[in-house]
Design a binder for this molecule. Structure first.
Ligand SMILES: [Zn+2]
Length: 273
């Protein structure tokens, strides 16, 4: 939903709020400065229709609303950068609730290029959730590419291929599933047959987010075995696929903006005092 639509779909609720909850609000919404401070827009949120200068008429939508004895029109001068302030206004005034808003704010909500978002000190909801959300999204996308799935039988066969030993060090300790090419936006590993190999827990935790070739640097023998295995399962790492990387980068950026927006809304709702 675009910002213009978002505003339009809340006008009646906002005026209902003026009519029933906060009787001073309409006067404020007709004030240019208040509107600037509250929403970032350069025109009053609404103006009495008879007071709109002719040359400014196109800055207002044509629909008329009757609020507290006045006939008003609402400014149409909204751009994407006003989204955050507008949604915050709705939530903090109780005009709509978070859940309804989330339903409207789908992925078509194009982010602004340069969101100015402050994360306050001592905020209850901190920004460190953002990196987690970003990584989760990228993992989720990469894990769901393709249609094949990896089941228990595949896992048993994979372990058998590596003679029930760690693919990195040859240990026979307990084996866990390891993604040779890690699933992140840099390495572009996937959760699919050929990229999942057995690893002892020690190697698994030491390797962490590294690519298997970097982790095994110098050990051409083991790198060769893993590559052979990938070939045998027709797994071709995405490698430096610019297109995929770009798409993931977009998703990565977008989720940061969405996360920040909601963290800020929540922080407004529950100041940590
Ligand atoms: Zn190992």
């Amino acid at each position: 939903m675009k910002i213009g639509q978002l505003v339009k779909s809340h006008i009646k609720k906002i005026f209902l709020y003026c009519d029933t909850v906060n009787h001073d609000e309409l006067i404020k919404l007709m004030d240019k400065k208040y509107s600037k401070n509250t929403f970032g827009i350069n025109y009053p949120f609404c103006t009495e229709s008879t007071l709109i200068p002719k040359n400014e008429s196109k800055r207002y939508w044509t629909d008329l609303y009757f609020v507290r004895g006045k006939k008003v029109r609402v400014s149409s001068q909204w751009v994407i950068n006003h989204t955050q302030q507008f949604t915050r206004y709705l939530v903090t005034r109780g005009i709509t609730d978070q859940e309804k808003l989330e339903g409207l704010m789908d992925s078509h909500y194009a982010p602004s290029d340069n969101p100015r978002i402050s994360t306050r000190l001592n905020s209850r909801y901190r920004g460190n959730a953002i990196g987690k959300a970003q990584n989760l999204l990228v993992r989720n996308i990469l894990s769901n590419l393709g249609e094949e799935s990896f089941n228990q039988d595949d896992w048993e066969k994979t372990k058998a291929y590596f003679e029930n030993k760690c693919a990195y060090c040859g240990s026979e300790d307990e084996l866990v599933i390891e993604h040779a090419v890690p699933i992140n936006k840099v390495s572009l590993g996937e959760h699919r047959l050929g990229n999942m190999i057995p690893s002892c827990k020690a190697c698994n935790s030491k390797k962490a987010d590294k690519d298997f070739k970097i982790f095994l640097e110098g050990n051409q023998h083991r790198i060769g075995i893993i590559e052979e295995y990938m070939d045998s399962r027709d797994y071709v790492p995405l490698g430096e696929n610019e297109q995929v990387a770009k798409i993931l980068e977009m998703a990565y950026q977008e989720v940061a903006i969405v996360s920040k927006r909601y963290i800020e809304i929540l922080n407004e709702l529950f100041p940590n005092k």
